[in-house]
Write a protein that binds this ligand. Structure first.
Ligand SMILES: Nc1ncnc2c1ncn2[C@@H]1O[C@H](COP(=O)(O)OP(=O)(O)OP(=O)(O)O)[C@@H](O)[C@H]1O
Ligand SMILES: [Mg+2]
Length: 275
């Protein structure tokens, strides 16, 4: 009896230490409070609240149509581009309410995005990566060279493209194009990178390369990634949020979501019983 108690106590202590460690080390980068989003009459997000930590990978999972992309787009106000979208609630990034500020350009510089399909411009690899910095007014050739090389290295694609920087980016394979898209995002020096199913159009080898890249990138960026691939979420993310019908059902350490989720609906989803 005494033994059992001491084992439990020991476990409790360990658990508390772990919790303390996590919350004290990482600071909250994005905090979302009671976010509701409507497409016209139709509500797509219901009272979504979540705290996303700095320099972690947060995965968003859930069945098709549950609001993952909609939620991701609220984080850099991409939904502003869609007619009839109404939002209430609050999204705070680095202490600033992003819907209070009018500087959407600055927000999108700070919070970059990578889409499902590579969307490079029909221009050279170099010009694709230099595009954003040039828009920001950087004209110095040496500085542009440095930014392009650094970004392509950061996206683990430099060695594959360094001898063809002047060639059309559209001549690259899909997996290479997606890594150049990531380089293009990195070139803007964002703090946060949003990725909406970045590997769903890629073959398994390119997918692994992008996954390795994401794991390496979290030392420098806060990453939020939508994925339909459970193994991918388990491999790349620190935290996972499970969405269902526009609500976050559960948000926790990825290891917990995949091994012992608290909610039956999460368990059903991660074990493939629905969705
Ligand atoms: N532009 C839009 N206008 C109206 N309704 C929309 C629009 N975009 C999304 N919706 C609706 O909002 C809900 C959430 O869609 P969303 O694209 O966010 O889902 P998702 O979780 O990303 O799905 P998937 O896994 O298929 O990409 C769906 O019911 C969808 O039909
Ligand atoms: Mg989507």
């Amino acid at each position: 009896m005494e033994m059992a108690t001491s084992v439990i106590e020991h476990k409790e202590t360990r658990k508390n230490t772990a919790t303390f460690k996590n919350t004290s080390e990482k600071k909250t980068k994005i905090s979302v409070h009671n976010l509701n989003l409507f497409y016209g009459e139709k509500q797509a997000l219901f009272d979504v609240s979540i705290n996303i930590k700095e320099k972690e990978v947060t995965a968003l999972i859930g069945p098709s149509g549950c609001g993952k992309s909609t939620f991701l787009r609220t984080l850099n106000r991409m939904n502003d581009l869609i007619d009839g979208v109404n939002i209430n609630g609050k999204i705070v990034i680095d202490g600033e309410d992003i819907y209070d500020s009018n500087d959407v350009i600055k927000l999108r510089t700070k919070v970059g995005m990578v889409f499902q399909k590579p969307n490079l411009f029909p221009m050279s690899i170099f010009d694709n990566v230099a595009y954003g910095p040039r828009m920001q007014g950087i004209k110095n050739r040496a500085e542009l060279n440095r930014i392009v090389e650094e970004s392509l290295r950061g996206a683990a694609i430099w060695d594959e493209v360094k001898d063809r920087l002047k060639s059309s980016a559209l001549g690259l394979s899909g997996g290479q194009q997606q890594r150049v898209c990531i380089a293009r995002a990195i070139a803007m020096k964002p703090d946060v990178i949003l990725m909406d199913e970045p590997t769903s159009a890629l073959d398994p080898i390119s997918t692994l390369k992008v996954e390795e890249l994401i794991a390496a990138m979290k030392n420098n960026f806060t990453i939020v990634i939508v994925t339909h691939n459970m193994q991918q979420a388990a491999r790349v993310s620190d935290k996972t949020a499970f969405f269902l019908n526009g609500e976050i059902i559960e948000f926790d350490e990825t290891s917990k979501i995949f091994s012992m989720p608290s909610d039956q609906r999460t368990e059903d989803y991660v074990t493939g019983r629905f969705g």
